[in-house]
Every structure is written in structure tokens, then in C-alpha cells.
Design a protein around this ligand. Structure first.
Ligand code: NAD
Length: 400
């Protein structure tokens, strides 16, 4: 069928298999061109189908030559409904990995559940024995606690006082004003339940109990800090409380991993366009300005450039991993440079509907947004009929 983008709010409800495949191939090419990394050999990526998790899987496989198992929650095509982008991304990734001789297997389901953890561990035991790197890259608005069956929803709200600032509707190209209300204590607690470190601990404990952790294993979860302008609704808001919890969890996990000389880290990554960041108010305008500034300074990076640098220059550069005084890996270093932030702060108050396309990189934001779903990809004829039914090789084999 002919597949066109259908947007609703900040999501696109259709995805293009050929476009997603091309985007994955571009990331693979980037890693191959950048050179091999002496890194992990058996890698589990939780949240492996889009954004930072997908880039982690591609880097592990094509940069380090590692076997990878990816866990994610994606939808196959059904009738006239296309599959989700992460489904098409994974199909393309697995195909390319296998063609290049790299083992790749996937588990599709709720990573928060005991069943999916067990299924993943069984696969690790069968095909890898043990893992030496676990990437934890889930982003989701909901989590069902496997012990109680209670489902928690996260909130994107402030803590304490309301906050009003400008934002952008990136697809309409309009500046808007948003007011974010403070979350209740229950909303803060629920956000920590969903996006904090509790589930990361459950994964590591389950792997440890199964003897699936190699000596010297590393585990890394991703976080964000960003500029003061987004603090009230991000870093100091409900989601920030969850990230505080995630960061504290890294220290706790390193202690738990002492018997295998393992280490847990949180890596603070830069702001990029992903399905998750598109949902956060104010952030799309910040990213549009940031991209303008970083592109002009030749510092621009997307997920793949960030994760390649994370592996090569932080995680596997030396015997010890460089961190800041809080123990955080900072791969947001270029975003947070004083000259970059000063330039963003200068542009921010000047932005209006009429100069949006001149003084920000809204076009770049929009391009990246459509790219997430396989649209607006150079060289693809979107009038061409494509088959929306695409299989992920390893899932077909598991079912067979
Ligand atoms: P994303 O939306 O692109 O990816 C989320 C992944 O989680 C997908 O693979 C999805 O399938 C998976 N997932 C969601 N719910 C699941 C479930 N119940 N079971 C199994 N898999 C599930 O998100 P992203 O932006 O790459 O975010 C990943 C991490 O990086 C988050 O911790 C985020 O806070 C962090 N981060 C993001 C940015 C940014 O600008 N996007 C910046 C810094 C840090």
C-alpha cells in the first residue's frame, strides 16, 4: 500500500518500512565509517527499537562486533495499519546484522513483566551464556508493577509552583504558551515508579540470580539534565524526580554487582528528537534552537553519534570510566558548553512565529521527527506501493 504520514498531536500513527530501514542503514554506515571499538561482546539492550536504545544496539553490533538481544514493545502491521516504527527498525537491523554475521535476537513485550524478563534470560542462557553490557533505555508513560499488578502512569508536571513559558507546535510551526501545573505527591511517586530505577534493579537482580552476568559487567541507564530554562518542567519536575531516583539506583546497583566486579552507570545524554522527547512541552522549542546553534558550531549530534562517542570515549576508553563529581557519565558535554548555552539563551526570548524558521532549526526538528517514522527520507519514492507486512526474523523463528 501507499503509506503517508498521519500525525495526531506529537505522534505519527503510521510508519514507513523502507524509510525506517534506510534510517537504520544510515546509523550502521555511520558506525562502520567511524571505526571499530574494543568493547562488549554480549549485549542486552532494554528499549532497543528506537532512539537511544536502537543506537546502542547498532553501536554494540557494528562497532564492537557484539551479539545483541533487544527487548522492546512494538506492534506488527495488522490489516491496513502499518507496524510501529520500532518494529520496522528492528526488522531492518536484524537483517543487516545477520547479513554481516552478527548474532541478533529480539524479545517483543512488556519489559516490566516477570514473563518478558524470564524469556530474555532464557535466551541469554541459551545463546550467550552471560552478558557483559546491559543498556537500560526504556521510555514510557506507564508501568504495571509485576508484584502487585497495579498500573502506574507518569506525569510531566512541575514540582511546587506552576511554570509558564513558550513552546512550539513543531508540525504547525506556531509558537504557543504553555502553563504546566504542579504534580501532586501521588503523581510524583507514580512518575518515579515508571521512570525511576526500580525496574532496572529488578532486571539486574534477575540476571544475577540466573548467573547471566559476566565478570566485569557494565550496566548503563540514560538520563537528561538540560538547561535552566527547562528545569521547572524537566529536571526539577516530576520526571526529574524519577531521574534522581535512577541516578541513585546506579550507586546501589554497583554495590550489588561487587561479586562480579560489575559497575552501574547513568549516562547523561544530549537532547535529541525521539518519540519520547516530542511529548515533553517546551523541549521541542529548546531542541529547535539548540540544533541551530550546534549545527552552526559544527557540534551537532543525533542518537548514533552520541552513543558511538559514549562507547568509544567513555565506557570502553580506559580501565576506568570518566564521570563527573556525582559519578555521572557526561556525554551532554557539548550541549552544555557555556558558549552553546549562552547562544541558546540569547535566541530564546527573540523567537516569534515570524522568525521561527530563521533563528531556530525548526525545519531540522520537523525533518528528524518525520524521519523517526521513516518519512521525509531522501531517495524514497513515497508514491510507490510497499508491503506493510514485514517480519522480524528472530521473532518468526521463535514462533515457528
Ligand atoms: P524512545 O521513545 O525512542 O525509546 C523507548 C524504547 O522503550 C523503545 O524501544 C520502546 O519500544 C521501549 N519501551 C517502551 N515501553 C516498553 C515496555 N513496557 N516494554 C518494553 N519496551 C518498552 O525513547 P528515547 O528518547 O530514546 O529514551 C530512552 C532513554 O534515553 C530514556 O531514559 C530517556 O529519558 C533518555 N534520554 C532521552 C533524551 C532525548 O532527548 N530523547 C535525552 C537524554 C536521555
Amino acid at each position: 500500500m501507499i503509506i503517508e504520514p498521519k500525525t495526531r498531536g506529537f505522534i505519527c500513527t503510521t510508519s514507513h518500512p523502507v524509510g525506517c530501514g534506510t534510517q537504520v542503514q544510515k546509523q550502521i554506515d555511520y558506525v562502520r565509517d567511524s571505526g571499530a571499538i574494543k568493547g562488549p561482546q554480549n549485549v542486552l539492550v532494554i528499549g532497543a527499537s528506537t532512539g537511544y536504545g536502537l543506537a546502542s544496539r547498532i553501536t554494540a553490533s557494528f562497532g564492537c562486533g557484539a551479539k545483541t538481544i533487544g527487548v522492546f514493545f512494538e506492534k506488527a502491521a495488522s490489516g491496513k495499519r502499518t507496524a510501529s516504527a520500532g518494529w520496522y527498525n528492528t526488522a531492518a537491523f536484524e537483517k543487516a546484522a545477520r547479513e554481516a554475521g552478527y548474532y541478533a535476537a529480539s524479545v517483543n513485550g512488556d519489559a516490566f513483566s516477570d514473563e518478558i524478563k524470564q524469556q530474555t534470560i532464557d535466551l541469554i542462557k541459551q545463546d550467550m551464556g552471560q552478558v557483559d553490557l546491559i543498556i537500560y533505555s526504556l521510555a514510557t508513560p506507564r508501568r504495571t508493577d509485576p508484584k502487585t499488578g497495579t498500573t502506574y502512569s507518569s506525569a510531566l508536571k512541575t514540582v511546587g509552583a506552576p511554570y509558564t513559558n513558550k513552546s512550539v507546535d513543531p508540525l504547525a510551526g506556531k509558537i504557543t504558551e504553555v502553563s504546566i501545573e504542579p504534580g501532586t505527591q501521588e503523581e510524583i511517586d507514580n512518575t518515579v515508579k515508571v521512570m525511576g530505577g526500580e525496574d532496572w534493579v529488578l532486571w539486574v537482580e534477575a540476571l544475577q540470580a540466573a548467573g547471566a552476568l559476566a565478570d566485569g559487567v557494565k550496566t548503563v541507564a540514560y538520563s537528561y539534565i538540560g538547561p535552566k530554562i527547562t528545569y521547572p518542567m524537566y529536571r526539577e519536575g516530576t520526571i526529574g524526580k524519577a531521574k534522581d531516583h535512577l541516578e541513585a539506583t546506579a550507586h546501589e546497583l554497583t554495590k550489588k554487582l561487587a561479586n562480579v566486579k560489575g559497575q552501574a552507570f547513568v549516562s547523561v545524554n544530549k537532547a535529541v528528537v525521539t518519540q519520547s522527547s516530542a511529548a515533553i512541552p517546551i523541549v521541542p522549542l529548546y531542541i529547535s534552537i539548540l540544533f541551530k546553534v550546534m549545527k552552526e558550531k559544527n557540534l551537532h549530534e543525533g542518537c548514533i553519534e552520541q552513543i558511538y562517542r559514549l562507547c568509544k570515549e567513555r565506557l570502553y576508553a580506559n580501565d576506568s570510566v570518566p564521570t563527573d563529581e556525582k559519578g555521572l557519565i557526561r556525554i551532554d558535554d557539548w550541549e552544555m558548553r557555556d558558549d552553546v548555552q549562552a547562544a541558546v539563551a540569547e535566541i530564546w526570548p527573540q523567537v516569534t512565529d515570524s522568525n521561527l524558521n530563521d533563528i531556530t532549526d525548526l525545519m531540522g526538528y520537523r525533518h528528524d521527527f518525520y524521519n523517526l517514522f521513516g518519512f521525509d527520507v531522501e531517495g524514497i519514492d513515497y508514491q510507490q506501493d510497499v508491503n506493510q507486512e514485514v517480519e522480524i526474523d528472530s521473532l518468526r523463528e521463535t514462533i515457528a
